[in-house]
Design a binder for this molecule. Structure first.
Ligand SMILES: Nc1ncnc2c1ncn2[C@@H]1O[C@H](COP(=O)(O)OP(=O)(O)OP(=O)(O)O)[C@@H](O)[C@H]1O
Ligand SMILES: [Mg+2]
Length: 350
């Protein structure tokens, strides 16, 4: 008799502004941090999952690996934005195996790219509530070209890409292992990064609606750069330096961009409300580096008339306090939801 060894894996999130690495160890129901690190990327090294600076991505991953001294070679990573299409579709009820055969034909009408240029994946969500002969399926199509670039980058660093996930689903994983919600609650999980915002409306572990919007912290930085004539790096530092220390024109520009982000969330959740035939969102959880922006959570809460909280990807994750201080964990938490969600896939048979 064989006991298959559950595979260990590291989560690596290649974001527009930095690369994050997390390795977790499963201990019963809980997780413990084994390794963790973050390495910044230069502006525009990654734009919408496209590596404009391939060699910089490779060298940044390498330095992150030596900095954290990880030994595991298998990687879970994720993509989002225009590289991936996620659709809920309704199909006649068939088995998962049958759908495996048919998905290509079924998917064709929903995918705006050549079907041969995408990798297809799906998840059967259950039977259609209105028509029991039909089932609801989450269709995920990702561009092969993008995935191939990810495979290439990791193989150049001596790693093997074993799982490719979607940013918003990784955030959902991190949320679910750390936050308790009742099965009836409908939460909108929103990851606000540098270039992208991932919105995912979830009930009881199932995605009801998801959308990526190409909008994030860069919006604020670029405007501060324009207003001050400073470099992007200086504008970035000013943005993070704290709202109170900024001249009125810059704090006004932050408030304006908060409105723009909140408006975009409003628009997406309105779209969900009007099309999904489901109940309304009951609360919002934000994460991503830009969730730290002064007054953003409050602005979203006001605009949506909903409570807004932040995801803590380490709420139930254990760690060695000598290695990671509580302050460091608090500081780094907003950046780490995707990587933690990816690292949770450790122990899966893959
Ligand atoms: N204290 C802060 N105040 C305001 N913005 C901040 C702060 N800390 C980080 N940010 C912003 O958070 C963003 C980085 O967040 P994150 O690491 O989640 O993005 P990313 O994963 O690199 O990008 P993306 O997900 O869009 O690909 C940057 O735009 C950065 O300026
Ligand atoms: Mg990100």
């Amino acid at each position: 008799m064989f006991f298959l060894k559950k595979r260990e894996i590291i989560g690596i999130d290649i974001g527009a502004s930095s690369i994050k690495l997390v390795q977790l160890k499963r201990q019963g129901e809980n997780y413990r941090i084994v390794k963790m690190g973050l390495a910044p990327l230069p502006q525009n090294a990654v734009v919408d999952n496209i590596f404009t600076e391939h060699s910089i991505i490779v060298s940044t991953i390498k330095s992150l690996m030596s900095q954290t001294s990880v030994k595991i070679k298998r990687v879970a990573s994720s993509i989002s934005g225009n590289s991936v299409i996620i659709r809920k579709i309704f199909l006649p009820s068939i088995s998962s195996n049958e759908l495996e055969e048919e998905i290509k034909w079924e998917a064709e009408q929903y995918i705006p790219f050549d079907i041969n240029d995408v990798n297809l994946d799906f998840q059967i969500l259950g039977s259609d509530r209105q028509d029991p002969d039909k089932m609801e399926v989450l269709l995920v199509a990702s561009k092969k070209e993008i995935i191939n670039n990810y495979v290439a980058v990791f193989s150049e660093t001596g790693l093997k890409l074993s799982i490719i996930d979607i940013d918003s689903f990784a955030v959902q994983n991190a949320f679910e292992i750390n936050h308790d919600v009742t099965p009836e609650e409908i939460v909108a999980l929103i990851n606000i990064g540098a270039g992208m915002m991932n919105i995912n409306v979830v009930r009881n572990g199932t995605t009801l609606f998801t959308r990526d919007v190409q909008m994030g912290g860069n919006l604020y930085t670029e405007e501060i750069q324009k207003l001050t004539g400073n470099s992007i790096e200086e504008a970035e530092t000013m943005k993070k330096s704290g709202f109170a220390s900024l001249p009125p024109a810059l704090s006004a520009s932050i408030e304006k961009n908060n409105d723009i982000i909140a408006q975009e969330i409003h628009r997406s959740l309105d779209f969900y409300n009007s099309t999904a035939n489901e109940e309304r969102v009951t609360s919002i959880f934000i994460t991503g580096g830009s969730s730290k922006i002064y007054n953003l959570a409050e602005t979203i809460s006001e605009k949506m008339s909903l409570p807004v909280d932040t995801i803590n990807p380490f709420a139930k994750v254990e760690y060695d306090k000598n290695e990671f201080s509580d302050e460091y964990i608090r500081e780094i938490a907003p950046y780490m939801s995707v990587a933690v969600g990816l690292a949770c896939r450790t122990g899966e048979d893959i």
